[in-house]
Design a protein around this ligand. Structure first.
Ligand SMILES: Cc1cc2nc3c(=O)[nH]c(=O)nc-3n(C[C@H](O)[C@H](O)[C@H](O)COP(=O)(O)OP(=O)(O)OC[C@H]3O[C@@H](n4cnc5c(N)ncnc54)[C@H](O)[C@@H]3O)c2cc1C
Length: 368
């Protein structure tokens, strides 16, 4: 049985631990925080990530999550740019982050040991293994230590790393009764979105253009359409994070006996709502490649070859969407909103045409 160290117990790290355990590794998870857990916010889980969790035996995701409803896009005064419509698009489910983390952790068996309050500051590898802090040793190390990864910094000291996106994000959960299906509202350099969780509460998120390091309340939304000010006022606590992503091109996700995973490898802006989903998919892919061959170098090379191109595209697409959402130029905003409005109508029309054709087929008498 091989031994593995997973650095970091965010969603990526705990999923990696479960995936490695499933294919026969003995795993030590090292987390610098004093306790395991996740922040009080919602998270979108796309079907591809839900499928990996199911493959890994993680149970209860369906019962704890709320399928997203088709959502539209509004202007700050409440006028619709694209109204919510049944477009037949693939949509994510929404789940509370802490609940997701708990569900994954509940799959930890005797092959997984956890050390909290343990910060990795030093690592070295040789042909036989990886040593952490001159203290622990394993055959394989998975770095899931987030966007400011110490492991990535040690392996690739020349790499520029995090790059400020130009905006800060706010998140909260409000306990309100609303007669509103949610969706996103795009303003000038500002965006607000909200969606219902399975327990009836509303998870909301907002972004505002500003220099990094400025802590403040999201007062910009005080005059936006109902229920936005009520959602903010109705939240017990509001999280604020300056948004960074990683510089392109990304560094290789594998070096010797070390693999990078999740934000440590390719942190993206949250605009696509896919960062944690990709980390889950990385864990699934890593386990698959480690099962396919006993040659560690070959497995990690195949993992990098599969995941780096996909996630490079996601980082790029998310960045582009972020720029579009946060634009302050009146011309670009008019073009953007016009394009979204027209796009929404065309897709809705295509959806309706599909429905009409389906209904014609349904009513056509069966042939001889
Ligand atoms: C506002 C916002 C909204 C988002 N919404 C979504 C969404 O809806 N859907 C989605 O899929 N993604 C979303 N994301 C992205 C998602 O949150 C991240 O991609 C994901 O949480 C990354 O997980 P991770 O495990 O790779 O890293 P992290 O969650 O950053 O975990 C890293 C862990 O490593 C630990 N650590 C760090 N350094 C060390 C060290 N030296 N030694 C020991 N431990 C260490 C940290 O304490 C931490 O626990 C969003 C992000 C933001 C900011």
């Amino acid at each position: 049985m091989g031994t593995a160290i997973v650095v970091g117990a965010g969603i990526g790290g705990v999923t990696a631990a479960v995936a490695l355990q499933r294919c026969g590794w003995r795993v030590t998870v090292l987390e610098r925080a004093p306790e395991l857990g996740e922040v009080g916010a919602g998270i979108s889980l796309w079907p591809s990530a839900v499928a990996v969790l199911a493959e890994l035996g993680v149970q209860g995701v369906e019962k704890s999550s709320q399928p997203s409803k088709p959502a539209g896009m509004r202007r700050p005064d409440g006028r619709w740019v694209v109204a919510a419509a049944e477009l037949g698009l693939e949509l994510p489910v929404m789940i509370h982050r802490a609940r997701l983390h708990e569900l994954i952790r509940s799959e930890f068996g005797p092959a997984i040991a956890v050390r909290t309050g343990y910060e990795v500051t030093k690592l070295a590898q040789d042909p036989d293994g990886v040593t952490v802090n001159d203290d622990l040793r394993a055959d394989l190390l998975v770095a899931a230590d987030g966007i400011r990864s110490v492991v990535r910094g040690t392996l690739y000291p020349q790499y520029q790393g995090p790059r400020y996106s130009g905006f800060s994000a706010y998140r909260g959960i409000a306990d309100l009764e609303l007669d509103d299906g949610g969706g996103e509202t795009w303003g000038r350099g500002q965006l607000f979105g909200f969606v219902q969780l399975i327990d009836g509460r509303y998870y909301w998120y907002a972004t505002v253009n500003r220099p990094p390091g400025q802590r403040s309340e999201p007062t910009e939304f005080a005059t936006w359409h109902d229920p936005i000010p009520r959602l903010i006022a109705g939240s017990d606590s509001v999280l604020q994070n300056d948004i960074y992503d990683l510089t392109l091109p990304l560094v290789p996700f594998a070096q010797g006996r070390i693999a990078l995973l999740g934000d440590a490898a390719y942190a993206m802006t949250p605009n696509l709502g896919r960062g944690a989903c990709s980390a889950i998919e990385d864990a699934g892919a890593l386990a698959r490649h480690l099962t396919a061959t006993s040659d560690l170098t070959q497995a990690l090379t195949a993992y990098d070859a599969e995941r780096r191109p996909i996630t490079t595209k996601l980082v790029r697409r998310s960045r582009t969407l972020g720029r579009l959402a946060q634009t302050e130029s009146p011309v670009l905003r008019a073009v953007r909103d016009g394009a979204f409005g027209l796009g929404g109508k065309l897709v809705a029309l295509r959806g309706r045409k599909g429905q009409v054709e389906q209904s014609r087929r349904d009513h056509t008498p069966a042939g001889p």
